[in-house]
Design a protein around this ligand. Structure first.
Ligand SMILES: *Cc1c(COP(=O)(O)O)cnc(C)c1O
Length: 397
């Protein structure tokens, strides 16, 4: 088969699963869907009662249902996933001038949340099986440059304090949470998990976001469920949840009328309107997870006959939400894989099939060019090989 023919064959197989697309009727990567849910009546309740803003029954109901869905002791709903990360990092003690260890393979928001606190991202390579932070690289990196000094853990090369570990659950596949937690614990580092993409994803009987001190979710429009914009913190730590609620509501002390605030707080709470959408979406979660499993199976069967590509498989011992089904170009020569990948992206976009390359590695973005990092061979290699396929659950209707 010629190179051009093999790209056409891949495209054909994706369209068999995702359905016909055109420039007039493109198929997006992941689209919101409210059909068959109670979204209208729940939002109408907000409008009828006037409870549209950052207080109201839908926020607490959404939080309760999120907690029971994930097995978390507490869920705290906020305005988006980036804000959830920034608040979580602040709650575990990250301050300006600190370093936070995170993978270079993620959406830019993960590093931005670190930078929003005035802290510095420190990139650690990922592992092939999960595409998430590699526990053994993290351990080696800390072994190599962490130094205890006056009760603090310092990076002996930069002199900055190492303040937290921040793994990301990629495309809904659970990171190696237990192993990462063990390394973090050995150095007394708190762990915050970016589980923005991983609602409904489990490793063993632990939901993503609950391996460490606190995890964060996103309900942006392209995530598995959406509140328009929104996010949440998940934690089993009562005190941390209490502080999250306090700091996300301007650190106001409860009082019938007086304005007493005891810290520099934020206005981070999720509005009732968005939470109403969230409750309706959460009621549809199980159906979506099933649809995603079926969609992934179909892609798997379709791709099985092709040479030079494979689906990124669900890691062993995990139940993934399959947020974005990912295709990997497997040619040994990374330049060859990259060339095929670009050809597929171009051919797909010509026919309105909006597949996407994985994000540009974060240390290659101008604002993070001068950050500390481990060697990054796996992330660098994988970034040339991955595309995400259209993965909306409604593609199965
Ligand atoms: C979506 C996403 C975020 C950010 O969430 P927002 O709600 O868009 O702010 C953070 N990290 C990852 C990995 C994401 O996919």
């Amino acid at each position: 088969m010629s190179a051009a023919d093999s790209i056409q064959a891949i495209l054909e197989v994706i369209r068999q699963v995702a359905g016909p697309s055109s420039n007039e009727q493109p198929i997006a990567l992941h689209e919101p869907d409210f059909r068959g849910t109670e979204a209208w009546s729940y939002v109408k309740d907000c409008l009828d009662t006037g409870w549209v803003s950052s207080a109201g029954q839908w926020v607490s109901r959404f939080e309760k249902e999120l907690a029971s869905t994930t097995g978390a002791a507490h869920a705290v709903a906020v305005t988006n996933g980036t804000v959830a990360l920034r608040l979580a990092l602040h709650l575990v003690g990250v301050e300006a001038g600190d370093e936070v260890l995170l993978p270079p393979l993620s959406f830019v928001a993960t590093a931005n949340a670190v930078a929003h606190l005035g802290a510095v991202p420190h990139f650690v390579d990922v592992e092939l099986t999960t595409l998430a932070m590699d526990p053994s690289v993290l351990a080696e990196r800390l072994e190599q440059l962490a130094e205890r000094h006056d009760g603090q853990l310092l990076n002996r090369q930069t002199g900055r304090r190492l303040a937290a570990v921040l793994p990301v659950h990629m495309f809904g596949h659970p990171a190696n949470g237990m192993a990462l937690r063990q390394v973090a614990d050995a150095w007394g580092l708190p762990m915050v998990e970016d589980a923005a993409e991983a609602l409904g994803s489990w490793r063993g009987d632990t939901h993503c976001g609950l391996f460490g001190a606190v995890g964060t979710l996103s309900f942006n429009g392209n995530k598995l469920i959406t509140t328009g914009g929104g996010g949440a913190l998940l934690t089993n730590d009562d005190e941390l949840a209490k502080r999250a609620r306090h700091l996300s509501t301007t650190a106001k002390l409860p009082h019938p009328w007086a304005f007493e605030h005891d810290a520099v707080g934020w206005n981070d709470r999720m509005p009732n309107l968005n939470a109403a959408l969230g409750v309706a979406q959460l009621e549809d979660l199980e159906r979506r997870l099933q649809a995603k499993r079926k969609l992934t199976e179909r892609y798997g069967v379709a791709v099985a006959g092709l040479e030079g590509v494979e689906l990124v498989p669900q890691p062993a011992g995990c139940s993934s939400n399959h947020w974005l089904v990912s295709l990997r170009f497997t040619r040994a020569d990374p330049a060859e894989a990259e060339r095929q990948r670009l050809q597929l992206l171009e051919a797909a976009h010509k026919v309105g099939l909006l597949i996407r390359p994985v994000w540009k590695l974060l240390h290659q973005l101008p604002m993070y060019a001068a950050t500390p990092r481990s060697a990054l061979p796996v992330a660098t290699d994988q970034a040339q090989r991955l595309v995400n396929l259209p993965s909306s659950p409604q593609l199965l209707r």
